[in-house]
Design a protein around this ligand. Structure first.
Ligand SMILES: C[S@@+](CC[C@H](N)C(=O)[O-])C[C@H]1O[C@@H](n2cnc3c(N)ncnc32)[C@H](O)[C@@H]1O
Length: 259
């Protein structure tokens, strides 16, 4: 359980060389994720739309399962992190058992889903979390974000909403965006620029509470309102299509069907 307030956590956030992006908002998000997940052990962590198990190194759960609809990305993830396992599915079709995961993360992904599908996926992820688990969802700060926040508030007693990407961060990303593409500039990813981005990332700790023109919303949810029995995610019910990559072959169980 997160006992400290989010304000205390963000003000003391260690932002160091592990969190390296020329985008200060991303740097801040990575540092936050690192800090929150460090406090969360437990059995299972799910990375919803994981690409090549990109968030794997933040998880401290005993098991890591990454879900994505891109087989090539899962293959790469399984090669890079042999302890992790992948499930090949669209998020819209992923209905894990209730209370199966202690930590669930979904970053830079739900925006690719239709607005109604985002809410359904949010329901499925909330259902899959243990009563004391942590769900962290990050989406763009767009017109659909408030509905997602409200939906998550209906599932959780504690929902911290962080607005990330303040004016300084946006200025920094603009400097490194050329012809609409971030990173197409000479000094991109140079040490001084990464250090500058980390400095600017620290300012996010003082601005996240005010929804202004920030570009990202990070929603941290704990303490489920409805405490229902837990059921494990049993990968034996899936077909192992490649080493450590699974695909669903069975009909949903009763608890997966409760949505
Ligand atoms: C921008 S990447 C984000 C990866 C990682 N979560 C991160 O924050 O770096 C988006 C990922 O979402 C996956 N994705 C997009 N739509 C999806 C869907 N409907 N179901 C499952 N995965 C999806 C893509 O294959 C890709 O790996």
């Amino acid at each position: 359980m997160i006992r400290q307030s989010m304000r205390e956590i963000t003000l003391g956030l260690p932002i160091h060389g592990k969190h390296n992006s020329c985008d200060p908002g991303k740097t801040f998000l990575w540092a936050l994720m690192d800090e929150l997940l460090q406090r969360r052990g437990g059995e299972l962590g799910i990375d919803a739309a994981c690409d090549y198990f990109k968030n794997h190194h933040y998880f401290r759960t005993r098991e890591y399962v990454g879900v994505d609809h891109n087989l090539e990305a899962l293959r790469r993830g399984a090669r890079l992190h042999p302890s992790g396992r992948g499930i090949l599915t669209r998020l819209e079709d992923f209905q894990p058992p209730q209370g199966c995961a202690d930590v669930i993360v979904s970053t830079h992904t739900l925006q690719y889903l239709a607005p109604e599908a985002r809410l359904q996926v949010a329901d499925a992820l909330a259902n899959a979390l243990t009563a004391q688990g942590l769900l962290l969802v990050q989406v763009p700060h767009d017109e659909h974000a408030p509905a997602l926040v409200r939906r998550l508030q209906s599932h959780f007693q504690r929902v911290d909403v962080l607005y990330i990407g303040n004016g300084l961060s946006r200025l920094c990303t603009r400097l490194f965006t050329k012809k609409g593409i971030f990173g197409r500039t000479r000094l991109f990813n140079s040490r001084p620029v990464l250090a500058l981005a980390r400095l600017i990332a620290r300012t996010e700790a003082r601005t996240w509470q005010r929804p202004g023109r920030q570009t990202r919303v990070c929603i941290c949810c704990t303490l489920k309102r409805r405490n229902s029995p837990s059921e494990p995610l049993d990968l034996r019910r899936y077909h192992e299509i490649e080493p450590n990559i699974f695909q669903r072959t069975h009909a949903p169980t009763a608890s997966e069907n409760t949505l």
